[in-house]
Design a protein around this ligand. Structure first.
Ligand code: ATP
Length: 598
């Protein structure tokens, strides 16, 4: 396929504000795609030249891109930057200048563009910046204006297509399997390999059967298993311990571990190479040298995948630090220095692969035994102390004990459960501390827009935030609240900072809202929100399509969505969560149904 043809698809995808038409456009695109280029096209759709987890960086910031545009179209860097700051989108600047120049040739293929983008990423050593500018400016001269617009956004990591992974899978299912509901058949491979390009390539080359055989490999992150919520230990036993009844203590028991409030790190060891991935599948290997060293020292198996929670630890006071401190380790600069002042420990709670064998279909109790053998004693990788409990009273004691140590609570797991990559169900449940009157748990919301306010806040350009949660089935974001009060001026400023460049003139395709904010914001930034209560509200779209709600007094539950009462910002979660990792509608409804039941 010619790159110009791909760019017209990008154009259509960018313009649509409906998710269903996103799927149709993707399906048309995939039908026209050659077997050999499907993976590249899928990565480009995601604004990448490799899967998300591969640490491939193009290493070109605004100014270098401006240099390349200036050189391609005989402008000065200053002029390009001036236009950029006026238009707010470097793609539009490239398009406009390319228009003026009336670029000649327009025959370069997707493959050809991809190869040059790879060269840009692979360039190293002396003169790198200059070489990258030359590659990109040469390329810009070879493409038409619409292609130029989409092309320059790739090295900047700012493609504006806003397509979620499930929507790409829907597009593939519709194009190749004839029906988007067949996405389900692709999901296992997606959860176990996290590589949409690989799935597309396998599907086109070898067919569905081969896709369904794709599985865990060292080096490709597995999508993490997550927790459900239950209100108290008795409910946990009723739901999770086979054979348990109120009058008879469980025959089987549950597996309980402390819940550490750090961040998830999946450690992959392949001989003497160690890589680490975050919960949102980012490669974080370079950030935590002490964990690499410890893995090489403490893990005796040749190949291994460990599931862990990493936490900053203050050696002097022997204290585990709160999440806000730990998160300072997620940085790209001064790594060695910060590693000394904020050393990490990783609590290892699961093992998913050992010596060439996937363990995700091995029951938890056996995985735990294998982990005990594989993990040697040491200072940095510590086994999460798991216990099999057969009485809710013991679980309550463990919960209280964890909280008194400053931990978040406990995570309880079904002892014979398999590892369900990407799953959130009652195989794993979190029990947390809660304070009277408040929900048990915070809600992770995605910023969807600003509503301009009056008075001094207008100085920062916002009065309230429109926020939403994620509807996993529909792969779209639905509104749940407006957050205004309780945000400090500093927080407003940092919200503005973080959403800079994500403002949109029209509603993003994957947002479903009855409220039209003053400015839409592309769903990218996750914030952690605490609220007093979840209520029903006809103004919000979260859960509007659900009929699961039993407690509602509203005659037709379809009429009303779910909303947050007295919401307030607790934290930014943009470093460890993608928009699709926000709280889901399903979770929200479960939390609604659990209210008042503690
Ligand atoms: P929260 O916002 O409460 O941290 P979350 O949305 O990040 O939760 P949950 O599914 O609610 O994710 O909780 C699971 C998370 O808890 C895991 O992703 C992991 O990072 C963390 N965790 C801490 N200790 C454990 C443990 N012992 N076993 C499993 N996960 C643990």
């Amino acid at each position: 396929m010619k790159f110009s043809e791909l760019a017209t698809f990008f154009e259509k995808l960018e313009e649509t504000s409906s998710r269903l038409s996103l799927i149709d456009i993707l399906s048309d695109l995939f039908k026209k795609t050659d077997k050999d280029e499907i993976d590249k096209i899928i990565y480009l759709l995601q604004g990448r030249i490799a899967p998300f987890f591969a640490p491939v960086e193009m290493g070109m910031a605004d100014k270098t891109i401006a240099d390349a545009i200036a050189r391609a179209f005989d402008e000065t860097r200053e002029d390009v930057l001036k236009q950029y700051s006026r238009m707010g989108d470097i793609g539009l600047v490239a398009q406009q200048l390319s228009n003026k120049q009336q670029a000649t040739s327009n025959n370069i293929s997707v493959e050809g563009v991809f190869e040059i983008l790879r060269k840009i990423a692979d360039t190293k050593g002396a003169g790198t910046v200059e070489k990258r500018i030359v590659f990109l400016s040469d390329l810009l001269r070879k493409v038409d204006p619409v292609s130029a617009k989409h092309l320059v956004r790739v090295p900047l990591g700012k493609t504006r297509l806003g397509i979620g992974d499930p929507t790409v899978l829907d597009g593939l299912a519709l194009a190749i399997l004839g029906d988007r509901s067949k996405r389900k058949k692709l999901e296992k491979a997606y959860n176990e390999t996290s590589d949409l390009g690989l799935i597309g390539l396998t599907l086109l080359k070898d067919g569905l059967e081969k896709v369904q055989k794709l599985t865990v490999t060292v080096g490709r992150p597995i999508r993490s298993e997550l927790c459900e919520r239950l209100p108290n230990p008795v409910k946990v036993f009723e739901k999770m311990s086979f054979g348990y009844a109120q009058d008879k203590v469980g025959t089987q028991g549950v597996h309980a571990t402390p819940k550490y409030d750090g961040f998830r790190v999946q450690i992959h060891k392949d001989g003497d190479r160690v890589r680490m991935f975050s919960r949102n599948l980012e490669d974080m290997s370079h950030m935590f040298p002490e964990l690499i060293e410890a893995t090489l020292k403490q893990v005796k198996a040749k190949t291994v995948i460990l599931d862990t929670e990493a936490l900053a630890y203050q050696p002097e006071s022997e204290e585990f630090l709160p999440f806000q401190e730990t998160t300072k380790r997620r940085r790209k600069h001064d790594i060695d220095e910060v590693a000394k002042t904020l050393p990490l420990k990783a609590f290892v709670f699961d093992i998913l692969y050992v010596d060439g064998k996937s363990l995700i279909d091995t029951p938890l109790k056996e995985r735990v035994k294998i982990l005990e053998k594989v993990l040697q004693t040491g200072d940095t990788l510590l086994p999460a102390p798991g216990r099999i409990l057969t009485d809710p009273k013991d679980l309550q004691i463990m919960l209280d004990d964890s909280i008194s140590k400053g931990l978040e609570g406990v995570v309880v797991k079904k002892i014979d459960s398999l590892y369900e990559a990407g799953g959130r169900n009652f195989n794993w449940v979190k029990l947390k501390r809660h304070s009277a009157g408040e929900l048990h748990d915070t809600i992770d919301c995605v910023i969807l827009g600003y509503i301009f306010g009056k008075g001094k806040r207008t100085a920062f350009g916002a009065g309230a935030l429109l926020v939403g949660v994620y509807d996993k089935d529909q792969d779209e974001f639905v509104t749940v609240s407006k957050i205004g009060t309780g945000l400090t001026d500093v927080e407003w400023r940092s919200i503005k900072q973080k959403t800079k460049g994500a403002e949109l003139a029209h509603k993003p395709a994957r947002v479903n809202s009855l409220i039209t904010p003053s400015v839409w914001v592309r769903p990218e930034i996750v914030i952690e929100v605490l609220a007093d209560e979840i209520t029903r509200s006809p103004l919000h779209t979260a859960g509007k399509a659900e009929i699961k709600d039993q407690r509602s007094k509203i005659k037709d539950p379809n009429e009303s969505g779910y909303a947050l009462r007295f919401p307030r910002l607790v934290n930014f979660r943009d470093k460890d969560k993608k928009a699709e990792d926000a709280t889901t509608v399903e979770e929200l409804i479960k939390m609604f149904n659990q209210q008042g039941k503690q």
